[in-house]
Structure formats: C-alpha cells, structure tokens
Design a protein around this ligand. Structure first.
Ligand code: BES
Ligand code: MN
Ligand code: ZN
Length: 495
C-alpha cells in the first residue's frame, strides 16, 4: 500500500495551490476556536472563520471534521476543520495525531492537501496523516476508495535540518505501523505460518536484518513443544522466525517476542461462532515485532535487536492437541493443557525461553493474549505487565506516543492457581478471575527473574472492530509498534 506523499512547505498556506486546506479547531469555553497555525487562513476569511464554523455546528471536539467551500477566501477551494478537543495551553501530540488522522480519512479521494496541524506538532501531524490515509484494498474487486494522495505539512522553515529529520522518522514509523496493519488485515487463508514467515523474511531481508526460520522438522529437533503442540491440529505447520539487527555501535541487546497465531479457532476447546472471524488478528503481536525490527534497521538504531516470533494456526482436527495433553516447552518445563484456547502462552513459552538464551539486557513480548484484557481495560488500552521498573518505563513511553499502555500487576498468589495435577504448570486456572494477570504470571515462569521484562497484552487495541476514529480505520491498528519503537529509541539513548 502506498503512503500518501508527505512534504514540508513554508509557503503561505492560504495561497497554496491545493485541493484542500486543513486547519485545527479546539473546544473553547465559549465554543469552537481556531488552533494556532491557522492565522493566515483566518485572515483570508477576514477574521470570520470561527463565526462560519460555529454556524456550521462546529464545536472543536475530537473526531469532528467540518468541510466548507472557501469561495476564494483561500486558494484551496475546500477548507477542512478538524477537531483537537479541549486543550490545556497546547494540544498533546496524540490530539494532533488523531485530528490529522480524522482529516486524512475525510480527504479520501483528494489528490493534494496542505495542513497547518504540523505547526502544532510536525511528527504527530505526519504520522496521523499517513495512518489516517491507510486503506487495505487488496481483496476488493473495485478499489474505488483511493486514499489522499499528498499532504503538504506547513512549517516555519522547510529547508532546516530538524523538520526534515522529524518528518523522516514519522514516515518510517508510520510505514512500520502500516506494514503491521497489512499483515493483520490479510485473511487467514492467505496468511498462515509459512506465508507469514516468507513475508517477514522478505521485509527483514530488504532492511538488512539477518533472518532464520525454523520449520516443523527444526522445531521438533529443537524441542519446541509449545509451538508444535498448538500447531499440531493444522495442515499448515508452525514456524519460528528469528530476525537479527546487529549494528556495530550497539551496547545494548533487546529481545522482542510476538504471538503469531495466524488463526485461533480455540482448537478442541473450540470458540463460539460469533465473531470468531476476529481471530484473524491473533498474529498482531508477531506482525508488530517484525515491523518494529525492520523499523529499527531502517532508522539504524544503535541497539542490537533479536526478534523471536512463534507462528502457529490453532485448529481442531484428528491431529490436534487435546485438553489433558502435557507439552514439554523448549528448555524442559512441562505444561498441562487444560484448555487448548489458551494457546498463545504455550507458543510464547517456547519463544521466551529461546529469547532468554541470547542473554538480552531487556525482553519485551506482545500478544493478543486474553479476552480478559478487554474486560479489564477495554479496546484502546494495552495492559502492560512485567518487572516493575521496566514495565513502568514501557508504560510511560507508551503514554508519550499515545498508545496509552497501562501498568498491571503480576500478583504472586495467582501462581498456585496454575498448579497442575501432573506437570510443572497448567495453562489455565479453574476460574475466570484476573485472566490477563494469570496469563502474565504463566509467562513469567519462562522468563529469568533477573531479566528486565515487559509483557504487553493487546487483545483489544490491536484490532478495531468498531467504527473508524482518529487515525484508525476498521481492522488492524498497528498497536503497539509505536510503543516498541519509542522503547527501542529510549534504550538507544539511555541504555
Ligand atoms: N486470542 C485469544 C484472546 C483474544 C480474545 C484476543 C478476544 C482478542 C479478542 C486467546 O488465545 C484466548 O483464546 N484466550 C482465552 C484464554 C482462556 C481460555 C483462559 C480467553 O481469553 O478466553
Ligand atoms: Mn485462544
Ligand atoms: Zn489466541
């Protein structure tokens, strides 16, 4: 999917020869007001823009997009006023990102526009535009809904080095989010462990990463009992993908692990039919990790990154694993499977142990792991667990980039609920309490206690089953790529 072209401009936006002109509005105490950056546009309207907008019912709320013909007040024939919501002095980056995304969605079919949102936050305006203009039309006969073609971003000086750098990073990050969305949105008949691995290797190879794929024979030889067990019901065998970014200047090594279940029927503990189609997104963690590793290489981040990505399809069949089976995880721990629908933690167990063998300085895993994440935090708030100090660092960075991860505990007392009659641990408890935390406690069993570790449950946030909002359409969101990118950049800077 092509990104809309993004370019810097320092010319007067009111005189820009484009199809549409985007300005920000804010929700003031007495109605709609213009955000900074729209001054010359308002001058074109002889100072009457706010009055016109309130006549049209504008309030300046988030996700509010008002279009009005300019009738010569500006060179662009169409003005698009996009709401930032209430601001405290200045809008946050995320407010700018969402307003830019909503405007980009509203500009589908437009060739070229210019925005003043970049006067508020260039990187956020660029990311929001690129992500709001995302469409996935591979499977449509008539791809009539062409996205916005080009957005010029207004800045004080288009020739300065700093804005060029900021735009380049935003474009690279947005590209990683878009890649993740493409993978998540690809249907499960075309995206299965082997085809995902091929796509991951192609993406990573282009970016100069070292790649390795373990097929089912290699997984058997290596003793990856979790991945093999979960994959055993499918005619499409499992894989383990390894990607390595090894820059010369790296002082720190980070391990990334992402759940890659290309479709989750639940297996023999089969899921109900309603909304089972959503389980096409159960590889969103894998997609985010692959795209983030590729992004790190593109940005030449001076951090060593080893991605370990387990892939399987969870199907019921005559060869499927059963409730009651005992699996031996890579490294030798045994798990009694009491529910084949708690499959993510089984493939992650193999991957976490393998990732630990590389002795990373930090370990981050992400997964669409539990429906309980959505019960606890809803559809837009990832749950972040792990070792408290690193968990809180990941949460703070996730808040910074607007993905809004929230810290959750891993209470010790939950561990005994996973005691098994015959194995080292069971994969589920006998009750439904604290399902997200229980899954985290299970994973902790496969991570060295001394390892700074964060586990990000994205069951809800990875996939938008509701209406479009901000810079999200329906389907894959690309969460938590921007959190992972922020963490890697922060580690590159501070260790
Ligand atoms: N992939 C699901 C979790 C999920 C559910 C993600 C809904 C997104 C939306 C996971 O494999 C799963 O089935 N988890 C079970 C665990 C249970 C059996 C302990 C769940 O959440 O019901
Ligand atoms: Mn499941
Ligand atoms: Zn699953």
């Amino acid at each position: 999917m092509p990104t809309p072209k993004l370019a810097l401009t320092d010319a007067d936006v009111a005189r820009a020869n484009v199809d549409a002109l985007v300005v920000g509005t804010v929700q003031g105490s007495d109605g709609v007001a213009l955000a900074a950056g729209a001054e010359s546009v308002d001058a074109g309207f002889e100072g009457g823009l706010v009055e016109l907008l309130s006549l049209l019912g504008a309030a300046g709320k988030a996700d509010e997009v008002i279009k009005l013909p300019t009738r010569g007040a500006t060179s662009a024939p169409l003005l698009v006023a996009t709401g930032l919501g209430t601001i405290d002095g200045e809008p946050t980056g995320e407010q700018v990102r969402r307003a830019a995304g909503a405007a980009a969605r509203a500009l589908a079919g437009t060739d070229r526009a210019v925005t003043t949102l970049s006067r508020l936050d260039l990187g956020a305006a660029a990311e929001g535009t690129a992500l709001g203009a995302y469409t996935f039309t591979t499977y449509r006969g008539n791809s009539g809904d062409a996205p916005l073609g080009r957005m010029d971003l207004s800045v004080p000086s288009a020739r300065a080095a700093a804005p060029k750098r900021e735009l380049a990073r935003a474009v690279a990050v947005a590209e990683a989010v878009r890649t993740t969305r493409d993978l998540v949105n690809t249907p499960p008949n075309d995206l299965y462990p082997a085809s995902f691995a091929e796509r991951a290797v192609a993406l990573a190879g282009d970016a100069g990463l070292r790649t390795e794929v373990l097929d089912e024979q290699a997984l058997r030889a290596g003793g990856y009992g979790g991945i093999l067990g979960v994959g055993s019901g499918s005619s499409r065998p499992p894989r383990l993908i390894r990607l390595h970014h090894e820059p010369a200047a790296a002082k720190t090594r980070v391990a990334l692990v992402g759940k890659g279940v290309t479709f989750d029927t639940g297996g023999i503990s089969i899921k109900p039919a309603a909304n089972m189609d959503h389980m096409t997104m159960d590889m969103a963690g894998a997609a985010a990790v692959v795209a983030t590793a590729v992004l790190a290489a593109r940005l030449e981040l001076p951090v060593e990154i080893v991605a370990t990505v387990p892939m399987a399809e969870n199907m019921p069949s005559a060869t499927a694993y059963r409730p009651g089976d005992v699996l031996t995880i890579y490294g030798g721990k045994t798990v009694e499977v009491l529910n084949t629908d708690a499959e993510g933690r089984l493939i992650l167990a193999d991957a976490l142990v393998r990732a630990g063998e590389d002795s990373p300085d930090y370990l981050i895993d992400t997964a669409t792991l539990t429906g309980a994440q959505m019960v606890a935090l809803g559809n837009r708030t990832p749950g972040v667990m792990g070792t408290p100090k690193f968990r809180d660092r990941v949460v703070a960075l996730s808040q910074d980039v607007g993905e809004n991860g929230w810290a959750m505990p891993l209470p010790d007392h939950l561990r005994s609920e996973l005691d098994s009659r015959l194995a080292d641990i069971a994969n589920v408890t006998g009750n439904r309490w604290a399902g997200m935390l229980v899954a985290g406690v299970f994973l902790a069993e496969f991570v060295d206690d001394a390892m700074p570790w964060a586990h990000i449950d994205i069951a809800g946030p990875a996939f938008n089953t509701g209406s479009p909002w901000g810079y999200h359409g329906k389907g894959g969101t690309g969460v938590p790529v921007r959190t992972l990118a922020a963490v890697l950049s922060d580690i590159a800077e501070h260790g």
